[in-house]
Write a protein of this length. Structure first.
Length: 315
């Protein structure tokens, strides 16, 4: 496993005071006899299920190849320990917020985060114990919606302290109760953050982890990181690291674009097709390489701007 620190200058203005780590896993189907492959009944295929980590701004942190099964608490704890050791070696005083879905909400993870000074906000799978706290709120929210039907949904929040039997202590639980045309829907999260109200924590902190799905899409679909066709697991792990380098190059190109331009939010495949995969004549000289573009090349202005920023990517 590696931790990819951001290049200095454009992407790393200094040691950050606080970073957010979005941890998730994604299924990678395989069709050969690769090491570590495993049959996953949910996807009905053999494959891997690597754990990938991004920061809150979309920077790629790391990816670890593993069998196609849900990670357990002990495995996640060991993974986080190695990851934090790498981060703390560079940024010992940086505050860290761990953000993930309910797969990562295990007693081992909660205890380890608390013991190591990490903030966390994690999804929690609904249980009968948790639902007992919000039965009245669910009923009143549903009744309010039915009394005045509308196109949008009614959303209400409640927080309380409770915990599973396997947890070492009670935790702060936030419940989001929603009623709409499709019926009631309730979600739970657990956090040790205490500076914000329940609505802000859920909508402005936890829900932003959904952006990690777009980062995974860019990593897998646009950069073909799911091409793990080597026989040995170590070779496929190296493939993930190579694709991580490609992600950094594309992410760096995108954040180099003007802030209010369409290029700043463009997907990686758009950047590749419009700015990289274009016809050109390359002339290799003694002290330089010249790239001659046709006069009819679209987007000459943004190309000129991007080429002017490329030296800032070199370390």
């Amino acid at each position: 496993m590696i931790f990819i620190a951001s290049p200095p200058g454009l992407f790393d203005p200094g040691v950050p005071k606080r970073i957010t780590l979005d941890v998730d896993d994604t299924f990678d189907a395989v069709h050969g006899g690769q090491q570590l492959r495993l049959f996953n009944a949910h996807y009905d295929e053999y494959g891997f299920q690597p754990i990938v980590v991004f920061d809150g701004e979309g920077r790629f942190i790391t990816a670890v190849l593993r069998p196609a099964k849900r990670p357990g608490g002990k495995e996640i704890k060991a993974f986080l320990r190695r990851l934090m050791r790498a981060i703390r070696a560079n940024w010992p005083n940086t505050e860290i917020l761990l953000r993930a879905d309910s797969h990562y909400c295990s007693p081992e993870v909660l205890d380890w985060c608390r013991a190591n000074g990490l903030d966390y906000i994690l999804g929690v799978a609904p249980t009968a114990t948790l639902r007992r706290h919000i039965e009245v709120l669910e009923a009143s929210t549903k009744a309010r919606f039915e009394a005045a039907p509308r196109d949008d949904k009614i959303r209400r929040f409640k927080e309380f302290f409770d915990g599973a039997k396997s947890w070492s202590r009670v935790e702060r639980i936030i419940a989001r109760v929603e009623a709409g045309p499709e019926g009631p829907d309730t979600r739970f999260i657990v956090t040790n953050l205490n500076k914000r109200n329940a609505r802000v924590l859920y909508e402005e902190v936890y829900c932003r982890r959904g952006q990690a799905e777009n980062h995974i899409k860019s990593f897998k679909t646009h950069l073909a990181a799911d091409r793990t066709s080597c026989t040995k697991a170590s070779a496929n792990q190296l493939r993930l690291f190579l694709h991580a380098g490609a992600y950094w190059l594309m992410w760096g190109l995108r954040v180099s674009m003007p802030k209010r331009s369409m290029w700043r939010v463009a997907q990686f495949d758009t950047l590749r097709l419009r700015l990289i995969k274009i016809a050109a004549r390359v002339v290799e000289m003694k002290t330089m390489i010249r790239v001659h573009l046709p006069t009819s090349c679209p987007g000459q202005g943004i190309l000129r701007f991007a080429l002017g920023r490329i030296p800032r990517l070199v370390t």
